[in-house]
Design a protein around this ligand. Structure first.
Ligand code: ZN
Length: 199
């Protein structure tokens, strides 16, 4: 109720242009054009390039704007099939503490609500001391920076993240999930950094 009362006093604004409303207004959302790119062994689908309105929206989520995470997540959910469980790319614990919310989990939650796919928040950062006390299977499933606490039996998973830059993080997450028995070939992200020419 207090939320509603505050909305009247301080109505939420579009993260990109400041228009009264919530999350990202239709005009700003329409500014982005879907991008599909293959990065490593993953097909990465983005609402658009990391610039302009989408960039401002991603930064607003990092600043703790839940309403923007909801708008972006609903848009991503439209790109995901109901049969593919959704796995958010983990945020570092330090960042979560600073921001007060995990923006990527909030985006993934909204996407899951939109498409009906299950939310599977199973990846963790493999902090060096977090390895202690884990079972051998859990340690073996670790690859690179991430750990997966679950075993899968060929389940089809879709990764969700806010921004894809080189695709290395998504590739690490996908490798960890595949080592746990999942089938991962797609990632859906809010924005993708333009592919830089190789020097
Ligand atoms: Zn706007």
């Amino acid at each position: 109720m207090w939320h509603r009362a505050l909305d009247v006093l301080f109505p939420p604004q579009c993260a990109a242009c400041g228009e009264i409303g919530s999350g990202l207004c239709a005009t700003c959302a329409a500014e982005a054009t879907l991008v599909m790119e293959r990065r490593d062994a993953l097909l990465v689908e983005a609402l658009g390039v990391y610039q302009g309105a989408l960039r401002r929206a991603v930064l607003a989520v990092k600043d703790g704007r839940c309403d923007v995470a909801l708008s972006l997540g609903l848009a991503l959910g439209a790109r995901i099939a109901r049969e593919c469980a959704i796995v958010p790319v983990p945020t570092t614990r330090e960042r979560r503490r600073v921001r007060g919310m995990d923006g990527v989990v909030e985006i993934a939650r909204a996407a899951s609500q939109r498409c009906g796919a299950q939310l599977c928040d199973v990846l963790r950062h493999a902090a060096r001391d977090a390895q202690r006390g884990r079972s051998r299977v859990q340690r073996l499933s670790a690859r690179g920076r991430f750990l997966c606490d679950e075993r899968f039996r060929g389940d089809v998973l879709t990764l969700v993240d806010d921004v894809c830059t080189t695709g290395a993080t998504l590739a690490d997450c996908a490798a960890t999930l595949r080592a746990s028995g999942a089938y991962v070939e797609r990632a859906v992200v809010v924005a993708i950094a333009p592919n830089l020419p190789r020097l």
